[in-house]
Design a protein around this ligand. Structure first.
Ligand code: DC
Length: 233
């Protein structure tokens, strides 16, 4: 029997919930394109910092978006990347997860004009189908008609622990308390902003991973996908 899989899968959740790693692993397993929408906001943030723009000035950010063609490809290299992110053809993948970008990205992501600018590029990537798109507002705003929506959550402390371990494993300096404070603040900013706040869509299935290992989370997400049935409507 062949499985009928949902063509567009939206995975939302807070920072550090593991949604990107889980989405990537599941996408590999079912041979889908993985789109990490946080990368778009990180890219705008990185470029704005690089050009010393005022992050609170929406006009400067919009001008930057208008001058930049963003693209995301499944190309991988030997540096652990899950995708390659291009800004005007320049590979900035490795610049997206620095502490400086981590710290500033919520401001950029809360700017409605920036969100409007990147929305079409994100929808375009989903257009061909066979895509798992991860973010904060995929089920609610970017792909409200996604075939399957999953909301991945975990307690703040668990998420901080995981991010701390991930940084240490990568050989980076990491302070648990600082990571915890950063995640708490990002939760607050992501959830309280006016435009496209972090929100579970009414028709999303919640997956709490606080007590699940990474492998068990992948299995749980895969099971939801494999058990999906096309709705009659
Ligand atoms: O998932 P992440 O940590 O890479 O996200 C980076 C930032 O972008 C974070 O502040 C939330 C924001 N974001 C968003 O507002 N909407 C999305 N669809 C994805 C990320």
């Amino acid at each position: 029997m062949t499985l009928t899989l949902p063509s567009t899968i939206a995975i939302d959740g807070p920072a550090g919930s593991g949604k990107s790693s889980v989405s990537f692993a599941v996408a590999q397993r079912i041979n889908y394109l993985f789109v990490d929408t946080g990368a778009f906001y990180r890219a705008v943030t990185f470029l704005a910092l690089e050009q010393a723009l005022d992050l609170h000035d929406a006009a400067q950010l919009v001008a930057l978006c208008e001058q930049t063609h963003f693209d995301m490809t499944p190309d991988r290299k030997d540096d652990g990347r899950q995708f390659t992110f291009l800004a005007n053809e320049r590979d900035i993948t490795q610049d997206l997860n620095t502490p400086q970008v981590d710290k500033a990205v919520s401001i950029v992501a809360a700017t409605p004009e920036v969100r409007a600018s990147v929305l079409e590029a994100q929808r375009l990537l989903a257009k061909k189908g066979r895509v798992i798109m991860a973010g904060r507002d995929i089920g609610t705003v970017v792909l409200p008609n996604a075939d399957l929506k999953i909301y991945i959550d975990a307690s703040l402390e668990k998420r901080a622990e995981r991010r701390h371990k991930q940084r240490r494993d990568n050989g980076e300096q990491a302070d648990y308390e600082a990571i915890l404070a950063n995640l708490r603040e990002r939760d607050r900013l992501d959830s309280s902003r006016d435009t496209a706040p972090l929100l579970q869509a009414d028709d999303a299935i919640k997956l709490d991973t606080s007590d699940l290992t990474f492998d068990a989370t992948i299995e749980a997400a895969y099971t939801l996908i494999a058990n999906w049935t096309p709705s009659a409507t």
